[in-house]
Write a protein that binds this ligand. Structure first.
Ligand SMILES: NC(=O)c1ccc[n+]([C@@H]2O[C@H](COP(=O)([O-])OP(=O)(O)OC[C@H]3O[C@@H](n4cnc5c(N)ncnc54)[C@H](O)[C@@H]3O)[C@@H](O)[C@H]2O)c1
Length: 667
C-alpha cells in the first residue's frame, strides 16, 4: 500500500492512474542512490523554452504553473528534466507476472521486464531511469514510465503500442500475431547522430539513448555478460596457450556490465584485478559478492596479486582508483599481466563514461558539467597515458583486447599510440575479431536468454535442467566445429545454480545456435503446456549474431566492406516483428556510442500455446540465420559452413552463397 496525499493506493491502482489528476508530493533527492552525472549545458535559451514546453505537454494545463519552476530547476541542476516528482511510490522490481494488472499476459510480461530494468538492485542510476552504460535509458522521464505502464494495463491482444525513444505514442489496432510493443530508440537522420546531438535532443526530451537491453527491457543484470565474459576470458587464455590458473587478467569498470568481469575471472579460474573510480559502484559489486576484495593502496595491491598468482588462487580484486595507475604500477613492479582489457564506458567519454587521472571522482563530475572543454583534454591525456602503459606491457607479452567499449576508437581519436604500422588498423584486435566472431557468431552461437514469469527460483532450476538436457542431446550429433561451444555451455548451465548469478528477475543466459534456441524454447513451451512451468519470456542480448551492425564490435570481423552498413540489424527487427515477436526494438547507439552502431532485439512470451510454438519456430530461425547468411556472404568461412548446415536442416531456407576468387588472379 502507498499513501498519496491522504489517499491510499495499491500498486495496481497507481499503475491504473497513469499521470495522476492530483499532483503527487515532491520527492526528496535520495543521496543513497547512485545518480547520473550532471549533463553538460547544451541548450540555448530558446531551446530551453522548447524543452519546458515539451515536458509540460504531458500534464493538464492547470498544473503548468506549479511544474514549470521545478522543471527549470531540474534542467539547471541535472541538465535533463527527469520529472522526479512523478517517480511512483510503489517499489519497482520484477514482480511475479500474475501481480500485474491488465488483460494481456504479453503486456504483463513487458511490465515485468520494464520494472526489472528500473529495480534499484539492477539499474545503475534508477532515479534517472538509466539501467547501465551511464546513459542507457528505459525512459527519459517519469511521466513516460507512468503512461507506458498505464497503456500496458489497458492493452488488448489486438493492439500494438508504439514507443518513440521512451515516449508512448499510443495504442494502435493490430492483430494477435503482431508485436504488442514496437520500440525505437535514438533513430536519427544520419547527419544528426553525433555525440552532442544526443546531448541536445535528449535534453529537449525528443530522443534517448536506449543502449542495447536498457531501452528494450531485456536487461538481466550482470549475469547477461558474465557468461560472455567467461567465454571470452577462457578463450583468451586458450589463445595465449596458458591455463587461467596462475594467470593474471587486468581490466576496469565495476558498473552495469563491466561489474561481471571479476565474477567471470573467478569462474575461469584466474586472478582478476579490476579498477573502478566510483566507490558506490565498487561497494555495490562487493556487497553483491561479484568481486572478492577491495584494495586502495597500490603497494598492497601488488603484494596481494603476487601472493595470489603464486598460490594459483581464483580471486578477484577491485582496485579502488583509476585503472591507469594499475597499468603503470604493475609495469614498475614488473608484474606480468597475461590478459588485459578495459570496460570503462568509452562509448560515452565526455559525460562520465571514462574518468581522467589527477582529479577526484567528484572533481571530475563537476568539471565535466562546468568545463567540458578542459575535461575533454584531461580525458584525452589520460587515454594517451593509459595506452602508453598498455604498450609497455604488450611489449613484454600481454595479450590486450578491446572489450567492445570503443577503447581503441577513442584512444585513436585522442592521439594515443594505438595505430598499427599501416596506420589504418589498430595495434590490437577487438574481442569479436579474434574470439567471439569466428568462434561464436559466425556459427550462429549467441546470447539466448529467458526469464521465469513466476519469479520462482524453482522454475529457474527446472529451466536450467531442461536446457542442459536439450544441449546434451544436440551435442551427441554436433559437428566437431561446434563441439567446444556446446561443451562450454553445458558446463556453464551445470554450474549456473551454484554460481548464484541472479540479480533481479529469475533469468538465465547461455550461448546457443538456432537449433539449440528453438529446441530449448520448444521444450519450455511443452513444459508450460503440461503444467510443469509458468510463463517464460524469451529474448537475447542485442550483442548477437544478427542483431547488431557495429563496425568496431559485433561486425568487426566482417571484411567485405559492409561492416559500415546497417541492413542486417534493420532487416532483423523487421523480420522478427512479423514472425511472432511479442515486442521488438531497434536502437541507435549502445555499446560503442551514438552514431556508431545500430542494434535491435526482441522479447517473446511462451504460454504453452500452439500459437507460441509456431511463433518461436518461425522467429528464432530467422533471428539467427539472417546474420549467418550475411556473415557467409561476407566470405566468413565458419558462417559458410553454418549456413550450408542450416539449409540442409530446413529445405525452405535458400541463401545466396559467395564464390571465392583465387588470390593469384587479383594480385
Ligand atoms: N563486450 C561486451 O560484451 C560488452 C557488453 C556490454 C557493455 N560493453 C561496453 O562496456 C562498457 C562498460 O559498460 P557498463 O555497463 O559496465 O558501463 P558503466 O558505465 O556502468 O561502468 C563503467 C565503469 O567504469 C568506471 N570507470 C570509468 N573510467 C574509469 C577509469 N579511468 N578507471 C577506473 N574506472 C573507471 C566508471 O566509474 C563505471 O562504473 C560500455 O562501453 C559498454 O558498451 C561491452
Amino acid at each position: 500500500m502507498y499513501i498519496i496525499k491522504n489517499s491510499i493506493m495499491t500498486f495496481k491502482e497507481e499503475i491504473l492512474a497513469g499521470i495522476p489528476n492530483k499532483l503527487p508530493p515532491i520527492k526528496a533527492y535520495d543521496k543513497q542512490v547512485n545518480h547520473a552525472p550532471k549533463r553538460k549545458k547544451i541548450l540555448s535559451p530558446d531551446e530551453q523554452t522548447l524543452a519546458y514546453r515539451n515536458a509540460l505537454r504531458y500534464f493538464d494545463p492547470k498544473h503548468h504553473a506549479t511544474l514549470l519552476p521545478e522543471f527549470k530547476q531540474e534542467l539547471e541542476t541535472y541538465g535533463r528534466i527527469y520529472m522526479h516528482r512523478f517517480k511512483p511510490d510503489h517499489k519497482i522490481y520484477a514482480r511475479p507476472i500474475d501481480q500485474y494488472p491488465g488483460e494481456s499476459t504479453q503486456a504483463k510480461a513487458i511490465m515485468l521486464m520494464i520494472q526489472n530494468n528500473l529495480d534499484h538492485a539492477v539499474a545503475q542510476h534508477p532515479d534517472e531511469l538509466i539501467t547501465y552504460g551511464g546513459n542507457g535509458g528505459v525512459f527519459s522521464n517519469w511521466a513516460q514510465y507512468r503512461l507506458v505502464m498505464q497503456y500496458l494495463d489497458h492493452m488488448k491482444d489486438q493492439q500494438t503500442l508504439a514507443i518513440y525513444s521512451g515516449h508512448p505514442l499510443g495504442l494502435f489496432p493490430s492483430h494477435k500475431d503482431a508485436p504488442r510493443v514496437v520500440v525505437t530508440n535514438g533513430m536519427m537522420i544520419p547527419n544528426y547522430s553525433k555525440a552532442d546531438d544526443w546531448e541536445k535532443f535528449n535534453a529537449l526530451g525528443v530522443t534517448q539513448y536506449g543502449q542495447m537491453t536498457a531501452g528494450s527491457y531485456m536487461y538481466i543484470g550482470p549475469q547477461g555478460i558474465v557468461h560472455g565474459t567467461t567465454i571470452t576470458v577462457l578463450n583468451g587464455f586458450r589463445k595465449i596457450k596458458k591455463s587461467p590458473k596462475g594467470g593474471l587478467f587486468v581490466t576496469s569498470g565495476l558498473g552495469g556490465m563491466s561489474g561481471a568481469q571479476p565474477k567471470a575471472g573467478n569462474i575461469a579460474g584466474c586472478v582478476t584485478v579490476c579498477g573502478e573510480v566510483n566507490k558506490k559502484a565498487t561497494k555495490t559489486r562487493h556487497d553483491q559478492g561479484w568481486v572478492d576484495e577491495v584494495i586502495s593502496d597500490l603497494d598492497l595491491l601488488a603484494k596481494r596479486v603476487r601472493e595470489a598468482l603464486q598460490a594459483k588462487e581464483a580471486v578477484s580484486i577491485a582496485w579502488d582508483g583509476n585503472i591507469v595507475e594499475v597499468w603503470e604500477h604493475f609495469y614498475k613492479e614488473n608484474i606480468q599481466i597475461d590478459l588485459g582489457s578495459d570496460q570503462t564506458s568509452l562509448h560515452n567519454p565526455w559525460a562520465g563514461g571514462y574518468y581522467p587521472m589527477g582529479l577526484t571522482y567528484e572533481e571530475a563530475n563537476q568539471m565535466m558539467a562546468e568545463n567540458p572543454a578542459i575535461f575533454k583534454e584531461k580525458i584525452q591525456e589520460t587515454l594517451k597515458r593509459h595506452v602508453a602503459a598498455i604498450n609497455n606491457h604488450t611489449a613484454k607479452g600481454t595479450y590486450f583486447f578491446d572489450y567492445g567499449n570503443a577503447f581503441l576508437l577513442e584512444a585513436s581519436r585522442a592521439g594515443a599510440n594505438i595505430m598499427a604500422e599501416n596506420n589504418l588498423d589498430f595495434k590490437y584486435q577487438s574481442y569479436v575479431q579474434d574470439i567471439m566472431g569466428p568462434m561464436c557468431f559466425d556459427y550462429g552461437f549467441g546470447p539466448f536468454r529467458w526469464v521465469c514469469g513466476s519469479g520462482n527460483p524453482e522454475d529457474l532450476a527446472k529451466t536450467d535442467a531442461i536446457a542442459c538436457q536439450v544441449l546434451e542431446e544436440i551435442m551427441k550429433d554436433a559437428p566437431k566445429e561446434v563441439q567446444q561451444q556446446m561443451a562450454d555451455n553445458i558446463q556453464w548451465i551445470k554450474g549456473a545454480q551454484q554460481n548464484k548469478l541472479v540479480v533481479g528477475s529469475q533469468a538465465r543466459i547461455l550461448y546457443a545456435d538456432s537449433e539449440g534456441r528453438i529446441k530449448i524454447a520448444s521444450a519450455f513451451n511443452k513444459a508450460i503446456k503440461e503444467g510443469h512451468l509458468d510463463t517464460i519470456i524469451l529474448g537475447r542480448d542485442h550483442h548477437d549474431v544478427s542483431g547488431t551492425d557495429s563496425p568496431y564490435r559485433e561486425t568487426s570481423n566482417i571484411y567485405d566492406g559492409s561492416r559500415f552498413t546497417a541492413d542486417m540489424a534493420i532487416q532483423n527487427v523487421i523480420g522478427d516483428s512479423f514472425r511472432g515477436a511479442t515486442w521488438v526494438s531497434i536502437h541507435n547507439g549502445g555499446g560503442v556510442g551514438w552514431g556508431e552502431v545500430i542494434n535491435g532485439g526482441f522479447g517473446m512470451v511462451l504460454d504453452g500455446s500452439d500459437d507460441a510454438q509456431r511463433r518461436l519456430e518461425n522467429m528464432l530461425f530467422w533471428d539467427v540465420n539472417n546474420g549467418i547468411a550475411r556473415r557467409s556472404w561476407a566470405r566468413n568461412k565458419e558462417a559458410v559452413f553454418a549456413i550450408k548446415r542450416e539449409m540442409k536442416r530446413n529445405p525452405n531456407l535458400k541463401v545466396t552463397l559467395p564464390n571465392f576468387v583465387d588470390d593469384s588472379l587479383l594480385n
